[in-house]
Ligand binder design. Structure first.
Ligand SMILES: Nc1nc2c(ncn2[C@@H]2O[C@H](COP(=O)(O)OP(=O)(O)OP(=O)(O)O)[C@@H](O)[C@H]2O)c(=O)[nH]1
Ligand SMILES: [Mg+2]
Length: 292
């Protein structure tokens, strides 16, 4: 898991803080340097690191060291508690609508895994709730995007709503929702287009889709491999769309995990699922306490 290295590193760095009694200021300063390095190397946003160190210092200073621990272990305990706190204490579920369908809109930059994740989530809902979702193909810019979603739909035996030649995504979404209403689908998952970076036309389009769909969940899909940049992207999307949660993909890759911590800290929005591979089964609930 992504933070194993981080915890390990911090532990290694602090294990030579020995002695008894209170944690001294010198202990804390030494520990802080190591923690800062470990977090930066894990690709945590520098401002997040700064705030984190401040909190650790405040928490640790003058704290009695528990009988069974040395100062190093005590600091590790504080670090782990604060990491968990920052990630959110508990797993956060999806918002459910009182009346079917519950609507989920997927947003994110190009190639982050939106379309794949629509499929993974549909499968997850089938599995865990015997759900009957409908997928809406809201990425009209690449013809291949609609085919990709249709293929996923075939694999899962889930209907995919698309309109050939329609240029107004908001209209497709509106018609798709009417279709779901007719078929009494309990979930609607809306796939949307991505861009290389946040730009005005994309944001305007997503805002229009949000307006017609009034989604219960707007899930921002973020590629964990993008590290530092992920934080700014998350902030940008959240400011415009007020996302309800984050899905962190590609955690199976060689990622340093700092993105998760940073995104949560900067946007305050929970990570709800993680993507752990390319297959439709590779989606996991996110448990903050298992990350730290
Ligand atoms: N290893 C790994 N690969 C993933 C994961 N999620 C998605 N991918 C891969 O990432 C690539 C892009 O995924 P898509 O789902 O097409 O991404 P997208 O956001 O829809 O891309 P656009 O529609 O172009 O914006 C594909 O090759 C996926 O198989 C993941 O969790 N782990
Ligand atoms: Mg896509």
């Amino acid at each position: 898991m992504a933070f194993e290295n981080l915890s390990e590193r911090i532990q290694k760095a602090l294990k030579n803080l020995t002695g008894k009694g209170k944690i001294s200021e010198e202990d804390i300063n030494k520990a802080s340097r190591e923690i800062r390095l470990a977090l930066l190397e894990a690709d945590v946003n520098f401002k997040v690191v700064k705030d984190f160190i401040k909190t650790i210092k405040k928490e640790a200073l003058g704290k009695e060291v528990q009988e069974s621990l040395n100062p190093g272990q005590q600091v590790i305990k504080i670090v782990n508690e604060q990491l968990t706190k920052m990630m959110g204490e508990e797993a956060v579920p999806l918002n459910k609508s009182k009346h079917i369908p519950t609507i989920i809109m997927m947003v994110g930059l190009q190639g982050t895994g939106k379309t794949t994740t629509v499929g993974k989530l549909a499968y997850h809902l089938q599995k865990t709730e015997k759900a009957r979702p409908l997928l809406i193909a809201g990425d009209i810019y690449r013809p291949a995007a609609v085919d990709q979603l249709k293929q996923i739909g075939e694999q899962l035996k889930v209907p995919v709503y698309s309109e050939d030649g329609e240029k107004d995504v908001a209209k497709i979404v509106q018609d798709g929702l009417a279709e779901a209403e007719k078929n009494k689908n309990d979930y609607v998952l809306i796939d949307t287009a991505g861009r290389l970076e946040i730009d005005e036309p994309l944001m305007e389009e997503l805002e229009r889709v949000k307006k017609v769909a009034n989604p219960d969940n707007i899930l921002l899909v973020v590629d964990a491999m993008t590290g530092q940049a992920a934080t700014d992207v998350a902030k940008g999307f959240d400011e415009r769309l007020d996302v309800t949660g984050v899905i962190l993909t590609k955690l199976d890759g060689d990622t340093r995990g700092g993105a998760a911590l940073s995104i949560r800290a900067v946007t305050g929005k929970p990570i709800i699922f993680t993507g752990q591979g390319e297959k439709l089964t590779d989606l996991d609930n996110f448990y903050p306490d298992r990350m730290a």
